[in-house]
Design a protein around this ligand. Structure first.
Ligand code: ADP
Length: 581
């Protein structure tokens, strides 16, 4: 109960702006209670007037019923309109907040979870949270209406009240049991759903590889298992719900049958007349069916709400996912020199990827990192961008520990262009505008020209307004890389990291990009991880990385003479070093 109350308060904090709408739909809903309690009295009066021939009384009773019906219709419109405004507002605000928080989760926690975990919470759970006030008020007014009816019955006839009370108590117990079992099932269903959404997302994103690898059957097997898991859980829940509903319906039918017998008996002994019996009988649906059903449904909704609220709020705070933390120091435009001081790092806390790594990069120098795959080169870049926190040691940017810097000082000064950049499902123009919202057409063209992309864009019927599909699916690997390079040229940060950023380019484009990079060389700090020798030979310094340590350093010529492992890379086919000299 306390948990629900706290969750409600948290959700309400998102809907404060729509307080007026909430008051309107709450008041209108409660107004319905009065109408619903006295409505049966007038319908019963209509019936008795008709049978006894009191036509004037019939006329007035019918007029009141008509008035109630019209008021009911107006009330419905007012409630729906205001609940919609409230729901939409709260939903949008919660979703926005969840999206922001997802972007703050550390990459290591993102790596550990399937995308479904976030998608399910962003959609289903946010919707469930936004609905609680509108559904809750609806159910609560229904319950209060039915309690009002129960009180009316008590005033009219305490014997029937007692009967209704006992019958509804029995039915409520079964409803409560149903809710308890179903809410447990719901928790496991949501977890299975998250997994399923993640997997189906991968099916769509990985469709090309699945086809090429001819992995259709094994992937379908995994999908089938996941779908089966979800549908089995849904099936189990529905089964429990169906069985309980059928059972409760039987109890209700028997109760109604016994009620008729009791009413006939009370008429026979002269305790009530036929008209009163009709009124008391017409309340049966409100009490034995609606009241119990509404209590059950409200409890069910509260349970579902708590499940969703805990899942969403654990994402907003730090109970389930760790969040990126930044310092408070702000650096505007940095010079661009940085240093790794005795840095150690492990992704999983067991395997050490970087081992007491130390090196210094002066501003406006170009430095290359080479070494075998898995040596830790990309990890250096990730740590420099603060994608992961270092386990031990320090990384200094312009002499300041990056842990002390605020987010803008890091993100606005360092760009990384990776081997497999993510291109968004927007136009080329909008992909570039993501990094600079006030990007002018001339700046955009210049960046694309530098990245050797302008010729290709000119051939597209819609030019810069061409939408490139999810993940840039309509572009080739090389075009994606060039768009990512153009994005970096737009951003023009002081430090630019190229992580095998030109690996998918043909020789001609590669040399053009190298030219563009060399044009940047004296004005920017550039770090390169590259497969091809031509990209790194002109670097001011080359670090040979092995097992997360600097094995050797120097210019290309020095390393050729001093480092046999550097030469061996060439014979291993990774870098054609020996041939290139
Ligand atoms: P390189 O760039 O030199 O090829 P990486 O820095 O990418 O090497 O990887 C170094 C080691 O860290 C590898 O053993 C790799 O498996 C591991 N690794 C890389 N990224 C992750 C990650 N996100 N989670 C866990 N381990 C990782």
């Amino acid at each position: 109960m306390k948990e629900t109350w706290n969750n409600l308060k948290k959700v309400y904090s998102f809907g404060k702006e729509y307080k007026k709408n909430m008051i309107v739909f709450t008041v209108s809903s409660f107004f319905a209670i009065i109408i619903n309690v006295i409505y049966p009295i007038f319908t019963a009066r209509q019936l008795t007037s008709l049978t006894t021939g009191l036509f004037e009384q019939l006329f007035w009773a019918t007029l009141v019923v008509l008035l109630f019906d019209i008021l009911g219709a107006i009330r419905m419109v007012v409630i729906r309109r205001n609940t919609q405004v409230f729901f939409r507002g709260v939903f949008q605000k919660i979703q926005m907040r969840v999206s922001q928080e997802i972007l703050r989760i550390t990459i290591s926690d993102i790596d550990k979870h399937s995308s479904g975990v976030f998608i399910e919470r962003l959609n289903h759970d946010c919707s469930e949270l936004s609905h609680i006030f509108t559904l809750g008020v609806g159910q609560l007014t229904g319950i209060l209406t039915n309690i009002g009816v129960l009180i009316a019955v008590f005033i009219i006839n305490p014997v029937i009240f007692l009967y209704y009370f006992v019958a509804s108590f029995i039915i409520t117990c079964f409803y409560l049991r149903k809710v308890k079992i179903l809410s447990k099932k719901e928790q496991t269903l949501r977890t299975a759903n998250e997994k399923n959404i993640g997997l189906t997302g991968e099916l769509v994103r990985g469709v090309r590889d699945i086809k090429m690898l001819n992995a259709r059957d094994s992937f379908m097997k995994a999908i089938n298992q996941s779908i089966m898991d979800v549908s089995t859980k849904i099936f189990e829940s529905r089964n429990i719900e169906m069985n309980y509903t059928a059972f409760i319906e039987c109890i209700r039918a028997v109760s109604e049958f016994l009620l008729v017998i009791l009413l006939v008996y009370l008429i026979q002994i002269g305790m009530i007349n036929v008209a009163t019996a009709v009124v008391l009988f017409s309340y049966r649906t409100n009490i034995m069916s609606n009241l119990m059903q509404r209590i059950g449904e409200l409890l069910n909704e509260v349970k579902m709400f708590d499940v969703s609220a805990n899942r969403v709020f654990s994402l907003l705070d730090t109970t389930e996912f760790s969040k990126e933390t930044f310092g408070t120091k702000h650096l505007g435009k940095v010079h661009g020199d940085f240093e790794f001081q005795d840095v150690c790092f492990s992704y999983d806390g067991k395997n050490q990827v970087l081992n007491h790594l130390s090196f210094k990069v002066p501003a406006n120098h170009t430095v290359a990192f080479v070494g075998k795959s898995g040596a830790g080169k990309s990890t250096i870049f990730s740590l420099l961008c603060k994608m992961y926190p270092v386990t031990q040691g320090k990384i200094l940017l312009d002499g300041v520990d990056i842990n002390e810097l605020d987010e803008d000082s890091i993100r606005n000064n360092i760009t990384i262009i990776s081997q497999n950049p993510y291109i968004f499902n927007m136009s080329i123009r909008d992909n570039l505008r993501l990094v600079k919202s006030d990007l002018s057409d001339s700046e955009m063209r210049r960046a694309c020209k530098l990245a050797c992309l302008d010729d290709f864009i000119e051939t597209l019927p819609e030019g810069y307004d061409t939408v490139v599909g999810e993940g840039g699916v309509t572009l080739s690997g090389g075009q994606k890389q060039r768009l990512a390079i153009a994005r970096a040229f737009v951003q023009r940060t002081e430090i630019i990291l190229f992580d095998e950023a030109t690996s998918a380019l043909d020789n001609e484009t590669q040399s053009k990009i190298e030219e563009a990079i060399s044009n940047l060389q004296k004005d920017y700090t550039i770090l390169i991880i590259a497969h091809r020798l031509s990209t790194i030979v002109n670097s001011d310094m080359i670090y040979f990385i092995e097992n997360g340590q600097v094995l050797a350093k120097g210019t290309h010529q020095t390393l050729l003479k001093t480092c046999s492992a550097y030469n061996l890379l060439g014979t291993g086919g990774v870098y054609p070093l020996a041939l290139a000299t």
